[in-house]
Design a protein around this ligand. Structure first.
Ligand SMILES: Cc1cc2nc3c(=O)[nH]c(=O)nc-3n(C[C@H](O)[C@H](O)[C@H](O)COP(=O)(O)OP(=O)(O)OC[C@H]3O[C@@H](n4cnc5c(N)ncnc54)[C@H](O)[C@@H]3O)c2cc1C
Length: 389
């Protein structure tokens, strides 16, 4: 088999790249080791930056997003028993965020790919990448009992944090930066109308909580927990009790409903650079991870592949390698900004330990971002996505 761009991984990064290349008339083959149902049901991100929405629209896969996505112009920060509104759009030159599940973005991209009759192979096995520093890199894998080899001009490693592409780069090439946090998030999807009009980030002496949503009927709520928390120890009653405690306010009620899904996610910051080795280009979670507090992971994945698609289009149309040569640096500027913002939001809002000094610093910072125009604007422009990087 032969193609122009071989794409490993059908998450948001791989599928968006495939779509952008299709629009530009560049061939690709996408391979994914899970089945379609699994990929479409994996509940993760839910906050899209305006730039992400605009790109999906330009790629012709935002018809349902435009109908069902919920545009928000602000968030709330809650601390010391009070809820403060941060008017994102007012602070960030009219830009907004859209609440729309990653599952729905992925479903639209898969449907578009299959409707175009282009190759997207699910349930592949034993994926390995070869000859990365040559002009003919290859991907080997098994599919439906056959052992296959795909010869490419370039390979996009969009296979997430635990994929095979990043570890296939020879040792000594990559430099990794990493931070693990001593806490995680216990997240629920509940069948109840959200009790909030905009996201609530709550700082509380028992730990952080986040009130988010997926639709007018589905709420997505989180509480800070241990990274190795046993979900079996959290009955639905205990989860609601903890949410009520951490987000409660006089005169406001958190409505409860059946919990459809619950799970624990660890928190990590990670960057591997450069994001290129020979003809292998890493994109999305394959190259970097952020803790979800800043809502940046999916948006970064989309921003990487936008830059990669533009560089590939320039290469195929003019032979220029300038974009490809600058790919890693161009992505990393935005990635490190998002790494800082996500770390900062995480550090400001989570219970870091039992040291009261830490808690006082957090409260001081929270008072500052909710009372100073300059501090609030800085939060807002990072949250909605910087346009200057
Ligand atoms: C609980 C949670 C909440 C989050 N909330 C937000 C949020 O609000 N906003 C936000 O922007 N981001 C959020 N994120 C992060 C976001 O979900 C990820 O950053 C995003 O999924 C990255 O997309 P990706 O395509 O790079 O990687 P992935 O989504 O991980 O996709 C990689 C794909 O590659 C496949 N794969 C892996 N190995 C192989 C292999 N060997 N061969 C073939 N295929 C392979 C995987 O099965 C997967 O389908 C959240 C994440 C979690 C876990």
């Amino acid at each position: 088999m032969r193609t122009q761009v071989g794409i490993v991984g059908a998450g948001p990064a791989g599928l968006t790249l495939a779509r952008l290349l299709e629009v530009a008339g560049i061939e690709s083959v996408v391979i994914e080791n899970r089945d379609r149902d699994y990929v479409e049901r994996r509940i993760r991100a839910g906050v899209l930056e305006q730039g992400t929405v605009e790109l999906l629209r330009e790629a012709g896969v935002a018809e349902r997003l435009d109908r069902e996505g919920i545009v928000h112009h602000g968030i709330h920060l809650q601390f010391d028993g009070e809820r403060h509104h941060v008017p994102l759009s007012e602070l960030a030159d009219g830009r907004s965020i859209t609440i729309y599940g990653q599952t729905e973005v992925v479903k639209a991209l898969i449907a578009a790919r299959l409707a175009s009759g282009l190759p997207l192979l699910f349930e592949v096995d034993g994926v390995s990448v070869h000859d990365l520093d040559t002009e003919r890199p290859r991907i080997r894998f098994a599919h439906e009992g056959a052992q296959l080899e795909l010869e490419c001009d370039a390979i996009a490693g969009c296979d997430g944090f635990h994929g095979v592409c990043r570890p296939s780069i020879p040792s000594g090439v990559l430099r990794s930066f990493e931070r693990e946090y001593p806490f995680g998030w216990l997240g629920i999807l509940a069948q109840v109308a959200p009790s909030i009009d905009e996201l609530v980030y709550a700082h509380h002496e028992s730990g952080f909580a986040l009130l988010s949503l997926r639709s007018p009927e589905l709420s997505r709520y989180y509480v800070q927990c241990r990274p190795d928390e046993d979900i079996g120890e959290w009955s639905d009653e205990r989860i609601w009790e903890e949410l009520q405690l951490r987000t409660g306010l006089a005169g406001w009620t958190l409505d409860e409903g059946p919990i459809l899904e619950k799970g624990v996610t660890g928190m990590r910051s990670f960057v591997a650079e450069p994001m290129r080795y020979g003809r292998l280009y890493l994109a999305g979670d394959a190259a970097h991870i952020v803790p979800p507090t800043g809502a940046k992971g999916l948006n970064l994945a989309v921003s990487d592949v936008r830059i990669l698609a533009e560089a590939l289009v320039a290469w195929y149309s003019t032979g220029s390698t300038t974009g490809l040569d600058g790919y890693s640096d161009a992505c990393l500027r935005r990635i490190w900004r998002a790494e800082h913002f996500s770390w900062w939001m995480t550090s400001m809002l989570h219970k870091l330990g039992d040291d009261p000094f830490d808690a006082q610093l957090q409260l001081s910072q929270l008072r500052y971002v909710t009372s100073s125009y300059a501090a609030a604007r800085s939060l807002a422009e990072n949250y909605v996505g910087l346009t200057t990087l």
